[in-house]
Design a protein around this ligand. Structure first.
Ligand SMILES: [Zn+2]
Ligand SMILES: [Zn+2]
Length: 254
């Protein structure tokens, strides 16, 4: 057993010499990363490009549209309080792997990689502030890092839009949104967020940042708190979003 462990260590050391640490594909972990620029091996890069939000998606909420009459999700009042949504990717296996890397800090290169794509998808940059979706204090202590704040800071550095992670707070602990339908999701996060008093948000144009958007219930709850505090424009930037499903249930695997 010990012998085998020793051999493994030698092989790993050799692999590190040939393929230096940090050069593994961000999605599949393959050490023979082909592109130093993207950080992904060619097959993962091709698969990720197939997960980009299509040009045919709703211009406002990025859901799939099914007929020429417009977007059923927007028509049903989806993304309430949000003027415009931005996201480079659908929430699919490869983009999901990148988001997981950010969440659990398993690969720090995933942050600048996703942030570059997020910044690129932001065709309107007329904002005063970037505000990450906050975690509850207790959850933040457990996890150690808020992935939305990490992405916010990286996007802020790329776009020059200042980031403030202390103006919106999660005042109530909520159940995880996964497994809840659209209505229950909205109820779960209703009133969960509050802007700090003091008028710092009055008249501000704010970009909310999160890793994934599914029904948009969390973003809408944040938007309500920001609007109540006087924000005049509220948009949403996420790394991934689901495609929507005609305003009913949203498929996702988070
Ligand atoms: Zn790969
Ligand atoms: Zn729409």
């Amino acid at each position: 057993m010990e012998k085998r462990k020793g051999l493994r260590r030698i092989l790993e050391a050799l692999a590190d010499l040939v393929w230096p640490k940090g050069s593994h594909c961000l999605v599949c972990g393959d050490p023979r990363r082909a592109s130093a620029e993207s950080g992904l091996c060619p097959s993962c890069e091709a698969a990720l490009m197939a997960e980009r939000v299509p040009a045919s998606a709703c211009h406002r909420c990025l859901s799939n549209t099914y007929h020429s009459k417009g977007c059923p999700f927007c028509a049903a009042g989806g993304l309430k309080g949000i003027d415009q949504a931005f996201a480079p990717f659908r929430y699919r296996p490869n983009s999901r792997q990148l988001v997981i890397s950010v969440k659990f800090r398993s690969n720090d290169e995933a942050v600048p990689y996703l942030a570059r794509w997020m910044a690129q998808s932001l065709w309107d940059r007329d904002f005063d502030l970037i505000i990450p979706v906050p975690l509850h204090q207790k959850r933040l202590k457990e996890r150690g890092v808020n992935q939305a704040a990490v992405l916010s800071k990286a996007v802020s550095a790329l776009t020059g839009i200042p980031c403030a992670d202390d103006l919106l707070i999660r005042v109530r602990e909520t159940r995880p949104q996964a497994g809840l339908d659209r209505q229950k999701r909205a109820g779960n996060v209703r009133g969960a967020f509050e802007a700090v008093p003091g008028g710092a948000l009055k008249g501000k144009r704010v970009l909310i940042v999160d890793d994934v958007r599914t029904t948009g219930a969390t973003a809408s709850a944040c938007a309500k708190a920001l609007r109540d505090a006087g924000c005049e424009k509220v948009c949403l930037l996420t790394a991934c979003c689901t495609s929507g499903s005609r305003g009913r249930r949203f498929r996702q695997s988070k």
